[in-house]
Design a protein around this ligand. Structure first.
Ligand code: C2G
Length: 133
């Protein structure tokens, strides 16, 4: 069984997230998604609208996703790859090159981001419409 892993916050879930999860899953037979914890988001200077538990519930419901684990640190990736017998690590190409150190442990694939959509953009749009503070 070829196992794939990817990482992210996956806040305000949108079709850009679905696209990368679909393509990641197509690179193997089993997809693990490491979702950034609320504490780790602080390290990433991200304030998610939905909590870790809410984001986990939504990502687990996606047909391409087989397992969700928490992402608590930048340093956990090598351990995750070993512990979960991962064959392929996938990230959007906004991270191009940032995780090449994982090439010693698994295949590393950066996939093109989906243009025209982002959580930041959604928040800005909702703020403009006075829906989000
Ligand atoms: N993504 C995408 N297209 C978009 C938006 C996001 O392909 N329009 C991808 C990103 O490239 C990333 C994944 O969706 O691979 C999750 O995006 P975020 O939730 O923004 O994750 P990020 O904050 O980049 O966290 O350790 C890695 C970090 O946790 C990555």
């Amino acid at each position: 069984m070829k196992k794939v892993i990817t990482y992210g916050t996956f806040d305000l879930l949108h079709y850009g997230h679905i696209n990368i999860l679909k393509r990641a899953r197509e690179l193997g037979d089993y997809l693990v998604v490491a979702i950034s914890s609320d504490e780790f988001n602080k390290l990433k200077n991200k304030k998610a609208y939905f909590s870790y538990e809410e984001r986990k519930l939504m990502v687990e419901a996606i047909r391409y996703v087989d397992e969700v684990i928490p992402e608590n640190t930048w340093e956990q990736k090598i351990e995750d790859v070993k512990e979960h017998n991962i064959d392929v690590f996938v990230m959007g190409d906004d991270w191009e090159g940032k995780f090449d150190f994982l090439k010693d442990y698994c295949e590393v694939v950066y996939l093109p981001r989906t243009e025209g959509i982002s959580t930041t953009q959604i928040k800005a749009e909702l703020k403009k419409q006075g829906i989000l503070k």
